[in-house]
Design a protein around this ligand. Structure first.
Ligand code: ADP
Ligand code: TRP
Length: 332
């Protein structure tokens, strides 16, 4: 059997260009390899660490599911599911938490950066931090290890989490014999940090995102907001330090990219460059957007697809969890 590739997206905001280019696109590209087994999912219980509004969590979860499908994930060729439909993940998460050193969690960046922020602003170190957020990497390790995943395509910010999953797997295996497969992360160096409207990493935490399925008028407006300098149109520009070029090349053909690079170097007005960016993006997204809108309008269909995926997933997770429980002495 081929390698298992697994990745998840948490529903904490609308899918944006950074998520697509940094996470979804590389995962779908890997999925083209027929010999791989694919497990792609909506990490809704990871979303719960942040989203505490019932309707919002529901809508964002459907949004992530619809995005995967609209962008080309074929549920007949992958196991495509909602994390919360697989109870074995949460049982394993508890088991793993009994093997996870607390110090390791203290060093996990999502928690650490919030704790440090609290300290800087003179607050209690743990103000506003829930235990779900603190133990987030353990749940992610359970996601990965329960499926015996070998390859985990993620963005750069998730490397540490995959390393934690490796650590937990290794110490578990050392104690009980080889049970878990040791996962490896895959990142795409050149697209590991897609810049947002203000030039910083595109992230919902910075409010600088371009949602992927934005309707054309709004998309145009957002693109117009991308920060540029006041260089005159005819002045040569460095394509490699431009947010506009960085985004353009993700949606353009190689020929178009070569041509745009030439135009930058010869001098192109920012308004013109933005128009070109809108052109390639909008034509790329036109079809997926229709599919996305259709799926979002039909949550029953999404439920059925996800439920079907969960059934397939549990054919693997139920027996494997049983094996793990036998090893630790919970079952005879
Ligand atoms: P956000 O930073 O908006 O909260 P998430 O943390 O939910 O995004 O990221 C989901 C996935 O998308 C992760 O694999 C992450 O690495 C990837 N990702 C998010 N933003 C970017 C970006 N600007 N460039 C590249 N990849 C990104
Ligand atoms: N933590 C990941 C993120 O924030 C989402 C995620 C949850 C994930 N479980 C996973 C990614 C397992 C890869 C594998 O983007």
């Amino acid at each position: 059997m081929g390698k298992t590739v697994l990745t998840g997206i948490k529903p904490t905001g609308q899918i944006h260009l950074g998520n697509y280019i940094g996470a979804i696109k590389p995962a779908l590209r890997l999925a083209e390899n027929e010999s791989y087994q694919k497990a792609y999912f909506v990490a809704d219980y990871h979303g719960l660490t942040k989203i505490h509004d019932q309707n919002q969590l529901k809508e964002l979860s459907y949004g992530v599911a619809a995005a995967w499908l609209a962008l080309g994930l074929d549920p007949d060729r992958a196991i495509f599911y909602r994390q919360s439909d697989i109870p074995e993940i949460f049982e394993l998460s508890w088991i793993l938490s009994c093997f996870a050193p607390k110090g390791l969690m203290n060093r996990a960046h999502a928690y650490k950066s919030l704790a440090e922020g609290n300290q800087r602003s003179g607050k209690d170190v743990d103000a506003g931090i829930n235990m779900g957020l603190f133990t987030y990497p353990i749940l992610m390790a359970a996601d990965i290890l329960l499926f015996q995943s070998e390859l985990v395509p993620v963005g750069k910010d998730q490397i540490q989490h995959v390393e934690i999953a490796r650590d937990l797997a290794e110490s578990f295996n050392k104690q009980y014999g080889k049970i878990f497969t040791i996962p490896e992360y895959i990142i795409q160096e050149e697209t590991s940090v897609i810049p947002g409207l203000d030039g910083r990493k595109m992230s919902k935490s910075y409010n600088n995102t371009i949602p992927l399925f934005e309707e054309p008028k709004k998309l145009q407006k957002l693109i117009n907001k991308i920060k540029t300098d006041s260089m005159p149109a005819e002045e040569p520009k460095d394509p490699d330090s431009s947010v506009i070029f960085a985004l353009y090349k993700e949606f353009a053909t190689i020929e178009q990219t070569v041509e745009m690079r030439r135009r930058f170097e010869q001098g192109i007005g920012w308004g013109e460059a933005k128009k070109e960016l809108f052109g390639v993006m909008n034509s790329f997204i036109a079809e997926p957007r229709l599919k996305y809108d259709e799926l979002i309008a039909n949550p029953r269909k999404l439920d059925a697809i996800l439920y079907d995926g969960a059934k397939k997933a549990r054919k693997k997770t139920i027996p494997f969890l049983k094996e793990i429980k036998e090893k630790i002495g919970i079952y005879q």
